[in-house]
Design a protein around this ligand. Structure first.
Ligand code: SAM
Length: 224
C-alpha cells in the first residue's frame, strides 16, 4: 500500500476534501503530529481510525515501525496539526525513506497556509520562494542578505511573538519601501490582511499587537 500524506484544515474545519475524509476513514492507522488536536477533527468527521503520534521528537524513532507497516500492506495516512505535513511540519523524512524503500507516496492536494497567503498578496505568483520559518540565530543574517536581492516573491512563516522584531530586522537588510502582505489567522473568524511597505507594517504592528498565526509575503526586490 502507498503512504498517504493528507492535508487538514488550517483553521476552518470545512476546508477538508471529500477524498481526504475517505482516505482517513479507510486507513488502517493515522499518524498524527498531536493526537489530541487531530482527534477533534477526526471526531467531527466521524473518522474512527486508530491514531498514533508522529512528531519531530519521535519521527526517527517511529520510522522503522512505519516502514514495517507499509511492508505488511497497511494503509497508512499521515496528518499534521494543520495544513500539509512536510510543510514546516514533520513528513519529509518519512516520505524520503518510504520512497527509498520502494513504497509509493501520494500527497493529497489540500490546505496549506502558503498558497492563500501568496495568492491574496497580489504579488506575482509565477515564481516564488517559500522560506518557511527563517533560522532564529545561526544563518539568519546570511539568509536575509540573500533575500535582499531576491527577485521572486518571498513567503515566510512567522510566530506572532516575532512578527514585529522580524520586520524591524528586515529594514536593516531590505529597502524599507519594499512591499509586504501579511495575513493573519487565514480561514478563521479574525482573519485580517495588512498590505503596505515594510516601514508601514512596523508602524501598524507597533499599534496593533500581533496575535494569532501569520504569513509574511515580501514583494520582489526588482518591483518598481
Ligand atoms: N503545515 C502547515 C502548512 O501547510 O501551512 C504549516 C505548519 S507550521 C508549524 C505553522 C505556521 O504556518 C504558522 O506559524 C503560520 O506561519 C502558518 N499558518 C498555519 N496556519 C495558519 C493560518 N490559519 N493563518 C496564517 N498562518 C498560518
Amino acid at each position: 500500500m502507498p503512504l498517504y500524506i493528507v492535508p487538514t484544515p488550517i483553521g476552518n474545519l470545512s476546508d477538508i476534501t471529500f477524498r481526504a475524509i475517505d482516505v482517513l476513514k479507510n486507513s488502517d492507522i493515522i499518524f498524527a503530529e498531536d493526537t489530541r488536536t487531530s482527534k477533534k477533527l477526526l471526531n467531527h468527521y466521524s473518522i474512527n481510525t486508530k491514531i498514533e503520534s508522529f512528531h519531530k521528537h519521535n519521527e526517527h524513532f517511529k520510522l522503522n515501525s512505519i516502514l514495517k507497516k507499509l511492508e505488511s500492506k497497511d494503509k497508512i495516512s499521515v496528518i499534521s496539526d494543520a495544513g500539509t505535513p512536510g510543510i514546516s511540519d514533520p513528513g519529509f523524512l518519512l516520505v524520503r525513506e518510504s520512497l527509498a524503500s520502494g513504497y509509493e507516496v501520494f500527497c493529497l492536494p489540500g490546505p496549506t497556509a502558503l498558497i492563500p497567503a501568496i495568492i491574496q498578496s497580489g504579488f506575482p505568483t509565477d515564481r516564488f520562494v517559500f522560506e518557511g520559518f527563517l533560522p532564529l540565530k545561526k544563518g539568519r543574517k546570511k539568509r536575509l542578505e540573500e533575500l535582499a536581492n531576491e527577485s521572486r516573491t518571498i513567503i515566510i512563516y512567522e510566530s506572532p511573538y516575532r512578527v514585529l522584531k522580524s520586520l524591524q530586522q528586515f529594514i536593516i537588510f531590505f529597502d524599507p519601501n519594499r512591499k509586504v502582505s501579511i495575513v493573519r489567522e487565514l480561514t478563521k473568524k479574525f482573519e485580517t490582511q495588512f498590505r503596505g511597505t515594510i516601514s508601514q507594517a512596523i508602524e501598524f504592528y507597533k499599534k496593533n499587537k500581533p496575535k494569532g498565526e501569520f504569513v509574511i509575503c515580501i514583494s520582489s526586490s526588482k518591483e518598481d
